[in-house]
Design a protein. Structure first.
Length: 282
């Protein structure tokens, strides 16, 4: 039986925090992976920054400023009624960080972030590593695999539409053959896969909930892994992606204080928080 406890705590209310800890302590048993799996190799995490090209920066700024202006001019009632529209706009901003081709048809200027990812993969392959490459956008995976094919890098692709039998076959082959990259949709491949043949994990785009990313990383960092696992998070500098990383850390710290656990899995945003996400610091 699972009990989901959703709470909001004022950052200045130490007494409430302590009271909550006392309430939930009898119901929570926390065991860290490093405590249970003492022989598991280390996991190293690195953030890799990519700077937007001028044209892509202007596209991003136009979208961000338009959304910020909309939020500033809304009443509280209008803001409450427009959450799905705001979510759609935030998704569009995140896609622009990945590659404007996800938003604009026939966009051919390219993406520094895509180039950074391919360079990272090429270096890893040349050094004999195998890579798990995660993205939340299936359309981004299509762009990535097109570049991998152009560079003659062997890969597998796993998405939500991949059949169970095909999924099992690819996992088995990847762990024993010379295929270098496994491209995986984050939601389709975040759990239930044993891919210890890889010792490098790349998260092409950050997700609000770091626990989801950690579950994906655990496809490689798990029992059976013999090598140190290096995890790269690709982040477009000065954009909403940087803010997502900061939010992940803030919420992780709150979860540590409250639950001494992993991650709070629900999030809601106030208007001022959204406006802060849209601030640009290129």
């Amino acid at each position: 039986m699972f009990i989901h406890l959703i709470v909001q705590i004022s950052g200045s209310s130490q007494e409430r925090l302590e009271h909550l800890q006392k309430m939930i302590r009898p119901f929570i048993l926390r065991r860290l992976k490093k405590e249970v799996l003492k022989d598991l190799p280390d996991k190293i995490e690195k953030n890799m920054m990519a700077r937007m090209e001028q044209e892509r920066k202007e596209l991003y700024q136009a979208h961000a400023q338009r959304l910020a202006l909309t939020l500033q001019n809304q009443t509280e009632e209008e803001f409450a009624d427009s959450r799905f529209q705001v979510l759609s706009e935030l998704t569009r901003l995140r896609q622009l960080c990945c590659d404007p081709a996800l938003v604009y048809d026939n966009y051919e200027v390219g993406s520094a972030k895509l180039d950074l990812c391919i360079e990272l993969i090429q270096s890893a392959v040349e050094a004999g590593h195998k890579i798990l490459l995660f993205s939340q956008f299936t359309s981004m995976i299509e762009i990535l695999t097109a570049r991998l094919q152009k560079e003659n890098i062997r890969y597998f692709v796993l998405q939500g539409s991949t059949k169970k039998e095909q999924r099992a076959r690819m996992v088995e082959e990847f762990n024993r053959d010379d295929t270098s990259v496994f491209c995986i949709s984050l939601k389709a491949g975040g759990t239930g896969l044993n891919l210890t043949g890889a010792d490098i994990v790349i998260h092409y785009d950050p997700w609000w909930n770091v626990a989801v990313e950690n579950q994906a990383t655990d496809r490689a960092h798990r029992i059976g892994q013999k090598n140190v696992v290096t995890v790269y998070k690709l982040i477009t500098k000065g954009t909403i992606e940087e803010k997502i990383i900061k939010l992940q850390q803030m919420k992780k710290e709150l979860a540590e204080e409250v639950l001494s656990g992993d991650e709070i899995k629900t999030a809601s945003f106030q208007r001022d928080e959204l406006l802060e996400l849209l601030e640009e610091r290129f």
